[in-house]
Write a protein that binds this ligand. Sequence first.
Ligand code: FAD
Length: 370
Amino acid sequence: MKDVIIVGGGIIGMLTTRFLHDAGLDVMLVEQGELGHESTWAGGGILSPLYPWRYSPAISTLSRYGQQRYPALCKAVQAETDIDPQWIRSGLVFTDDRELPAAQAWAQTFGYDLQHLATSAALHECEPQLADIFQSGMFLPEVAQMRNPRIAHAMRTSLRMLPITLAEFTRVTGLESSDGRIVGVRVGDEVFKARKVVVTSGAWTGLFPEMQAVNINVRPVLGQMILFRGPKGLLKRIVLHEGRYLIPRKDGRILCGSTLEMNSFDKHTTDEARETLREIACNVMPALRDLPIQNHWSGLRPGSPDGVPYVGEHPDIAGLYVNAGHYRYGVTMGLASVQMLTDMMLGKAPEIDPTPYRLDAVRTPTVEWV
Ligand SMILES: Cc1cc2nc3c(=O)[nH]c(=O)nc-3n(C[C@H](O)[C@H](O)[C@H](O)COP(=O)(O)OP(=O)(O)OC[C@H]3O[C@@H](n4cnc5c(N)ncnc54)[C@H](O)[C@@H]3O)c2cc1C
């Protein structure tokens, strides 16, 4: 009998396992594939929502907490594993200033430095690679990024070094409860017993009937990305243009993302998306026209109506917890949501008010949720 079984080993499940192990609990992590190989691998690693003022303040609250604590986590896992997650404060440039008043109000509320790049000269000084067509913009210098495959690799490696039961390539086929209390998880004919269970199954969370019973609305939203191979230092900043972004990596590679494709568990890539992303990327940064596309992939975001994750205990099954539905910003928000849930499980008062994230909180769909 374990103290806690965690179902799903993306960033949310791996952080949960780490935190509960550090608190002295006997934990088991069950993952249907290899740890950190789904959305957590596929994402861009921007540590910020794209237009933060467009979302519920509940998203900025989690983001702010994570942004302040990721440097320490990256340092810790690098010291443990020798794998560098490549946390870099690249800053985020917006190619227009149409939403300046809303952005300024949000920056003031949450304590961000938001710079108005009021002229073409100021914008191009901030990011010289931008096309000439852009005349003004905005800049968030504090925004950082990590390299997803690297943070996933570092987290996975550090967990493998601990006395934790890790069951990879093992799919949980059901949740087992008795008299309104969780007793474990089912894997085929076998039941793994535990006093508590945490569901961190990303896009697959809504497949458990216990989640459907309380209207947890988490669905897959596929995103495709392309990767250019460029020389080191060509692009300096993360650039955001009409919902699409460019992310410069330390070794010169440049990512361009992403598509939003609702409701498919089929992880496909299409020539159409590759060409659309390439065209947008080249229009934003003309130098990309000369660079080859090195890779093209997709991942399944755990979509939720307003992007606010479901975090808390199941109302009908004691000891069953959920932390899922982080949608487009699970890496950014994950550190905070995991801290909040593990504090609650350990009987500590969470630093962040959990009310907006409760499983029964009212969620108003954003325009991205169709
Ligand atoms: C193209 C793209 C770009 C993105 N860019 C960013 C970004 O720049 N910044 C940001 O913050 N976020 C970004 N995201 C979103 C972010 O990647 C996700 O929100 C985050 O990774 C979700 O983490 P997770 O652990 O909940 O899900 P996942 O990483 O998908 O992990 C869930 C795990 O649960 C496992 N699982 C599911 N069902 C079962 C079962 N029954 N039994 C056992 N295991 C199970 C799965 O195999 C999976 O490994 C992006 C996502 C995509 C796809």
